[in-house]
Design a protein around this ligand. Structure first.
Ligand SMILES: Cc1cc2nc3c(=O)[nH]c(=O)nc-3n(C[C@H](O)[C@H](O)[C@H](O)COP(=O)(O)OP(=O)(O)OC[C@H]3O[C@@H](n4cnc5c(N)ncnc54)[C@H](O)[C@@H]3O)c2cc1C
Length: 471
């Protein structure tokens, strides 16, 4: 039989017509196809062989992206006795998960839903069914059962007791493998192929070769655009749009902020136990306490990331955004004044910049005095009443105008994504295409720092896998 140009009666996949018409030899070389022969038996045709069905174990469900969302989706889908493939373009699964929480992985947060939901955007109700199916408590039990004991830290943040994100990633991979999921790395999905209102197959580059893979259902868990070196390059957004979904324009969130005229001398300086207040159009909208760092073009660090979500949203609306640094949040005005008067009396001849070494890191002092408008060399005893007031105010209020935010290369998450209006949030199934599901950061859901984003990935992955398998 020649396959140069061969017209099978009908090609089937799991009983559904898969494709009809002429099959070119080149297509068969790229990808074997399934058909039912005259006797009703399923067979695969390659460009030079006919293989019985069992020779080619094609999947029922294909999950694209082996991050936390894809791993949970694949494991759950396989729990429903489905044959599942998990395709990952990088050399190993969960590259990003392995660097989360500075290598410690803040898995989730213990807050009950009523508190948890205040950290989820744009609308927490879109996440509620997924959370209820696989809540933070269930995730913690799951981790323990998978061999990763967890510990709870300040603010309800949950970490592996080993403080190793690698342990979380490896435990998830072990769990997925234990469900007989076929994990295929070095497999980059290029596009989804539609037909009769469904996704019939996908095209992938597998170890450099193009192949078409059919399946009954597809779960897209390709993440967003942040930290592209981990594999997240926004492919899912493009496929979703091509398949008729609305994709809310993505943007970096939980990200460093750029400030106007950042003092070069401060680049690299980290501050602990300080507080920041975020002002939008002159109104204080949030404040927080902790660690921050100065960068070449602004500010970064956990404290800044926590405030960045509101700051970025405001900047995108062209609103005026200002940060106010409080270098001495633990001291009230009265305590600050009392300490100053004591030290001024003890060292009346000391230049102001020298005395401040007892208060602030040396690197901070010149820019601190410059922004407060105070002369660094003036002796402390010679400072007038007004100058002392200026100094006290500067400790509690160092204003920095925010001009922009960092890019995807350093952003913890991507906000925006596949609109939840196009997703049935009780199942994670697309409202546009019946056999297509989405999970994780590709969705138009995001959250604050504190373990909330990984919970979104785990819960939506769990629900998508369960729904795709029909369990
Ligand atoms: C530095 C950093 C630290 C973080 N720390 C925390 C934390 O401590 N706690 C927390 O809650 N959140 C944290 N996050 C956020 C969290 O990591 C993400 O929200 C989460 O990883 C999203 O999971 P995901 O599975 O949706 O996407 P990802 O983890 O991005 O996984 C997507 C996967 O899909 C693969 N892929 C993409 N396109 C294709 C394709 N075409 N074909 C095949 N495969 C493809 C990618 O290679 C990738 O492996 C952190 C993020 C960063 C960047």
């Amino acid at each position: 039989m020649s396959y140069e140009c061969w017209r099978p009666p009908v090609l089937y996949w799991n009983g559904h017509p898969f494709c009809t018409g002429t099959v070119a030899r080149s297509a068969l070389e790229r990808s074997p196809v399934l058909y039912r022969n005259a006797a009703g038996a399923s067979q695969f045709i390659t460009h030079n062989k006919i293989l019985p069905l069992r020779a080619m174990q094609l999947p029922d469900i294909i999950v694209i992206g082996a991050g936390p969302a894809g791993l949970l989706a694949a494991g759950m889908a396989a729990s429903g006795q489905r044959r599942v493939w998990l395709l990952e373009k990088m050399e190993k699964p969960a590259r990003k998960l392995r660097i989360t929480g500075k290598g410690r992985c803040n898995i989730t947060n213990t807050k009950p839903w009523n508190d948890f939901e205040t950290h989820v955007f744009p609308l927490p109700r879109y996440f509620k069914p997924a959370f209820m199916n696989f809540p933070n408590t269930a995730l913690m039990r799951f981790m323990e059962a998978a061999g990763v004991p967890v510990t709870v830290e300040r603010g309800g943040r949950v970490f592996p007791a080993s403080s190793r994100a690698q342990d979380v990633a490896e435990a998830l991979v072990r769990w997925v493998r234990s469900k007989d999921v076929d994990i295929r790395c070095h497999t980059e999905v290029l596009r989804l192929i539609t037909g009769n209102g469904n996704i019939t197959a996908l095209e992938a580059r597998i170890n450099g070769r193009l192949q078409t893979l059919p399946a009954r259902a597809f779960i897209v868990a390709t993440g967003g655009l942040s930290y592209p070196a981990t594999g997240a390059t926004g492919d899912g957004f493009r496929w979703a749009e091509a398949a008729g979904h609305t994709v809310t324009p993505p943007y970096p969130s939980l990200v460093s902020l750029k400030t106007v005229n950042p003092p070069a001398a401060l680049n690299g300086l980290a501050l602990r136990n300080v507080s920041l207040t975020l002002f939008i159009e002159g109104r204080a909208v949030a404040d927080d306490f902790g660690e921050m760092a100065f960068t070449a073009d602004g500010v970064d660090g956990p404290l800044v990331l926590r405030l960045s979500h509101k700051a970025v949203d405001a900047l995108r609306q062209n609103k005026k955004v200002t940060l106010e640094l409080n270098c001495k949040p633990a001291l009230t005005n009265e305590q600050l004044h009392a300490r100053w008067q004591r030290e001024r009396a003890a060292f009346p001849g000391a230049p102001l910049s020298a005395l401040l070494r007892k208060w602030l890191p040396g690197q901070l002092i010149p820019p601190f005095l410059a922004q407060a408008g105070l002369p660094p060399d003036k002796k402390t005893a010679q400072l007038g009443f007004g100058e002392q007031q200026q100094l006290m105010a500067a400790f509690h209020s160092w204003k920095m105008d925010v001009s922009g935010y960092g890019g995807y290369e350093r952003a913890v998450i991507t906000a925006g994504g596949v609109s939840m209006k196009d997703i049935d949030h009780k199942t994670m199934r697309s409202r546009k295409i019946g056999n297509l599901f989405f999970a994780g950061e590709v969705l138009g859901l995001h959250a604050d720092t504190g373990g909330y984003n990984l919970q979104i990935a785990f819960s939506t992955g769990y629900l998508a896998g369960k729904s795709a398998a029909g369990i």
